[in-house]
Design a protein around this ligand. Sequence first.
Ligand code: G3P
Length: 481
Amino acid sequence: MLALDQGTTSSRAILFNAAGENLAQAQQPFEQHFPQPGWVEHDAEEIWRSQLATARQALSGVDAAQVAAIGLTNQRETVVIWERASGRPLTRAVVWQDRRTSEDCARLKAEGHEALVRARSGLTLDPYFSATKIATWLHQHPEWRARAQAGELAVGTIDSWLIWNLTEGRVHATDVTNASRTLLMNLHSGEWDEDLLRLFEIPRALLPEIRPSAADFGHTTLLGGSIRLGGVAGDQQAALFGQGCVQAGQAKNTYGTGCFLLMHTGAQALASTHGLLSTRAAQVGAQPQFALEGSVFIGGAVVQWLRDGLHAIGASHEVEALARSVPDSGGVVFVPAFTGLGAPHWKPDARGAILGLTRGSTQAHIARAALESIAFQSADLLDAMQADASAEGIRLSELRVDGGACANDFLMQFQADVLGVPVLRPRNLEATALGAARLAGLQAGVWGEGGGLAVERRFAPGLSPGVDPRAVWRSALQRVL
Ligand code: G3P
């Protein structure tokens, strides 16, 4: 199985054998464009080139006939607009982190559209999602709208863009998990919602066909032979699936640039009353699957800031030793709201703060507070999730983790301490890629359903009763909200 994992900062490809072990992998970073404060863009052609190059590299020396299927997983919400005839993008992709449509979202909220959007899509009016990004293109370029209506243009999230390229323009499709992040899909029916299309003034002709996550997405002949594309899912839903979270109450947190906490809610879409999103979980077969989701925009990115902004460390992995060099944060609290706050607060205008500084404060205290902030923000999400889930009789008893930053033992122990539930770290941290491979494996009939990841370490909560490390965090948070 070949998994293609197209992330926010790099494209990766991992080849798995039938036992789910990594045989080969390749990774290529690509350029991030920041044309204005708050704007984030990617060159969609560079994304495609880097993804194809990593796929070819991971397959070097392998006969394409030995590859049962390709599973594709991707950064979600980021959108591309391209010309169907030439396959050329009209402009750069607008990335999920891009905040340029903040004012449009505020206006739509003020006009009273939030309730409809929430009820239909499970999401909230926030620039994070794709719809307002697409709407802005069409408002700024009336000629694109006319061409869109004439069926000359296509829009898609990164999965659609890669499927289009892998199949050389034969397939314009997406899967339900990716579609559920656009603000345009009806969460319940799994179809594009006419009222939402009207609200955002987006022609239906632009959009891809929505399919289950394990489905026939065509085949590619660009990798040395004909290989079918059998699985597609947004990266967070792929990780949930890869972690074996396929039943109500099972949850995972992925520690990447941001943190993404998802809890499976079975065949039931839960409407959050605590600021979380309802979204689709990966779908195998006809039965829709749902999840609750909360995301922390700045997770591991706070460590990048310590490295590149503050120059407190030379490499990301040095943060653990620096944080451990002091017994505690010395009263320093770090709220890394660099790009606003996501769930459960949804404050796009909030900005970061470091509080509690004294003359004794050092870079080590700030580094420790930075790591703690990742755990505090995740704990806020989990609280909201517990509150929504318990109203439905669902209880969360443990948290599975994956992503680069979960290799940090200090962070994982602190996470278990502040949550008060065990944190389970798998041996194979590639839950996202494995999830995509599994979906494709199911479709190809190579793998059966089920199976989580073997646990490498279980971090048990270890704080004495009565100690509440979150009190100072909560009061610091109030200062930036
Ligand atoms: O919602 C955005 C998310 O899918 C991005 O994930 O891993 O590329 O930062 P990642």
